[in-house]
Design a protein around this ligand. Structure first.
Ligand SMILES: Cc1ncc(COP(=O)(O)O)c(C=O)c1O
Length: 397
């Protein structure tokens, strides 16, 4: 059975071009920091990769810090700024940190850590579409706000936040602005200069590259303290010999940037056709975040009377991979915090299903999914009804 993979926000398959070139990159085994000739290939590969990735996101090569992934980039951005303020390297002391309610745990938990370290941390409220009220935000940013961290696109609903406007508001008060843009690459066009952010996080394995590489864009002049002390790699912003194989794979994906707009359009058409079918053919379904701007590939369905986990397992048995929340936090039974912050009840968050398409998703796969979903939903609803009737609980519902 050919499986259908609709969980690209969790991780993407490795691109065919990346697979092909892996053995060439492995031949560049030298340490890019060494000065002898055996290191020349590695050094060149690292330099070219940095250039390609910088072009992809609209940065300068020196503003690209290679990390191990999105989690590390988010940690480096937030703790890196916090440490610089704490050490008094940033002029006036600022100790207020602001993040949106729908951030990924790698931002949320890092902010929790800052709180324990004595920072004053606050959450920015979002509405049912995951949107921020800009007027309220403008009033809430303070004279002592050090950093605002708001994601470019939400991993669960695809909601795209007004980063450019928020960064402008934050800058007016002298605060730095970080965006977790891990869910942007390949799904939306992004340019850090146009957004005018100070820091932005990216991850290779969400963009068809190998796992183990991420990027922190750090605008020239932005001060961040390294989390990893040791070598002076990445201009003292991230110690440790670079993961060149994974870095080169990310650069390979960056070379495909001309083709991305067309792939985005294709995913959007497929996603919209899937949503239209579901809304027309299954009762009691709504699309969370559909009232706002979303990235092209993501659909978060709220299906009345369904437990998302049960639905996920039943679809899995039929050869379809989907998700119920952030894959990074799956395994825990707690329904998605981000969905609850968007105003969904616990029960609604539990009834949510995340479908995230990829560049290789086909119309045939969408059709197969659309054939399976109504059947599975009816099965679950019928089972639930039966169990209410047999336990005598029906009267209460
Ligand atoms: C929005 C967002 N930020 C950060 C991360 C973490 O990225 P990584 O898995 O590369 O550490 C994820 C992963 O799901 C994510 O969706």
């Amino acid at each position: 059975m050919q499986r259908i993979y609709f969980d690209h926000n969790s991780t993407t398959p490795v691109d065919a071009g990346v697979r092909e070139k892996t053995s060439y990159w492995l031949d560049q085994w030298g340490n890019p920091s060494s000065v002898h000739q055996d290191a020349r290939g590695a050094k060149n590969l690292l330099r070219e990769s940095r250039q390609a990735v910088a072009e992809l996101i609209g940065a300068r090569p020196l503003e690209v810090v290679f990390t191990s992934g999105g989690t590390e980039s988010n940690n480096l951005a937030i703790k890196g700024v916090f440490q610089k303020f704490r050490k008094g390297h940033m002029g006036e002391f600022r100790n207020h940190y602001f993040f949106s309610g729908i951030e990924h745990p790698s931002v949320r938990q890092t902010m929790e850590f800052l709180k324990q370290e004595g920072a004053y941390v606050e959450e920015i409220k979002v509405d049912r579409n995951g949107m921020v009220d800009l007027d309220v935000f403008a009033e809430q940013v303070r004279e002592d706000t050090a950093l605002v961290s708001v994601m470019f696109a939400n991993n669960e609903t695809g909601t795209v936040l007004p980063i450019k406007k928020m960064a402008k508001i934050a800058h007016k008060k002298g605060a730095l602005f970080h965006t977790d843009a891990v869910q942007s690459l390949g799904k939306s066009l992004i340019n850090v200069k146009d957004l005018d952010v100070d820091l932005a996080s990216f991850s290779g394995h969400k963009f068809y590259a190998l796992r183990g590489v991420g990027v922190l864009y750090s605008k020239q002049g932005t001060q961040i303290e390294s989390l990893l002390h040791g070598g002076g790699q990445e201009r003292y912003r991230r110690g440790g010999t670079e993961n060149l194989l994974a870095i080169a794979s990310l650069a390979e994906m960056a070379q495909q940037r001309e083709e991305i707009p067309e792939r985005i359009q294709k995913m959007e058409e497929l996603r919209d056709s899937l949503e239209n079918f579901v809304l027309e053919n299954i009762e009691g379904v709504s699309v969370t975040g559909a009232g706002g701007k979303r990235v092209a590939n993501t659909s978060n369905l709220l299906i009345d009377g369904i437990d998302g986990e049960v639905l996920l397992m039943k679809l899995d048995l039929r050869g379809i991979s989907v998700s119920t929340g952030s894959a990074c936090s799956s395994g825990s039974q707690e329904p998605s915090i981000a969905l609850q912050k968007m105003g969904l009840t616990r029960k609604e968050a539990q009834a949510s299903l995340r479908i995230s398409l990829g560049w290789n998703t086909t119309q045939q796969e969408i059709d197969a999914f659309c054939a399976a979903l109504p059947e599975v939903v009816s099965e679950i609803r019928a089972l639930k009804e039966q169990s209410y009737l047999s336990t005598g609980l029906a009267a209460y519902y």
